[in-house]
Write a protein that binds this ligand. Sequence first.
Ligand SMILES: NC(=O)c1ccc[n+]([C@@H]2O[C@H](COP(=O)([O-])OP(=O)(O)OC[C@H]3O[C@@H](n4cnc5c(N)ncnc54)[C@H](OP(=O)(O)O)[C@@H]3O)[C@@H](O)[C@H]2O)c1
Length: 309
Amino acid sequence: MKKKTYINRRQFIGLAGMVAAGMILPDISTAATLPLRKAIPKTAEKIPVIGMGTSGTFDAKGNAEMLARLQEVTQVFFDMGGGMIDSSPMYGSAEEVIGQLLPGVKGKTDLFAATKVWIEGRERGIEQMEISRQRWGIPRFDLIQIHNLVDWQTQLKTLKEMKAAGKIRYYGITTSHGRDHDELRQILQKNDFDFVQLTYNIGNREVESSLLSIAQEKGIAVIVNRPYKRGSLFRAVKGKPLPPWAGEIDCQSWGQYFLKFVISHPAVTCAIPATSKVKHMQDNMQAGRGQMPTAKQRIKMIEYFESLT
Ligand SMILES: NC(=O)c1ccc[n+]([C@@H]2O[C@H](COP(=O)([O-])OP(=O)(O)OC[C@H]3O[C@@H](n4cnc5c(N)ncnc54)[C@H](OP(=O)(O)O)[C@@H]3O)[C@@H](O)[C@H]2O)c1
């Protein structure tokens, strides 16, 4: 029989104080509190609503101190029910660093591996994707996305062939911070993609009017990049309190407020915030738990955010 561990009253008060002060977060990595998962429309396969971006944060080859910290960040990500990791050959050494850290993760790694192809030409595209696969050290990617529309007609043809041959499971296309939206709209309307990745956050909602609707109509899964507007959302609310009703949507931090806003849009499948800090990863993963805002509450969230900025 498992031995129970008791703590005395003073230890309890001390721990509760540390939790309240944000010094430690409660252990929420149990199955009972796994994060919300949403379905990929084309297959109904479910993935966790919070993934992990790696731009900048994982470009840490050769930096032993950063690598040790990122190992912990990755461990917490999987411990708290994470799965989707998004990278690109554009992000310096990030793919190599992922490949270096994955074998060091203890316990179950429910990996959904997503990268991008970011090059012109068929042969060069095929070569780049194979180099990425070797860098990650995995048998195949779950998802490969055409990065920022680069040579998309050529790469789409290759990705379709790779999917038909079972070399990848899904393909997609990406853009960010409002670039190329008109062209992307036309591409999505005329072609068949499993995923689209775009920028959406409470301070930049441009995609709501068209791209998110097209994705919903055509059954395309949506990955949201820059959910924190590259961190600038935190600077906008620095020193400002959460609204008194934040508890109604289980929000204990601005990070959770921003992420819950993004993932509660019905068209959004997951968001991929990037962080180099364990505490921020815990915060981000917590956003996938508890009550999600309703359509009415989402409007209140925008109004409150705009009243502060
Ligand atoms: N075209 C494309 O395909 C494209 C373009 C852009 C981005 N992306 C993808 O999307 C991912 C996310 O975008 P992003 O990295 O540009 O920006 P982001 O996720 O919106 O913001 C990242 C910033 O937020 C901070 N942060 C993270 N969690 C936090 C928390 N809980 N509390 C306070 N600060 C927090 C991070 O700093 P700390 O390290 O200090 O936590 C970092 O400075 C990228 O990593 C990449 O994978 C794709």
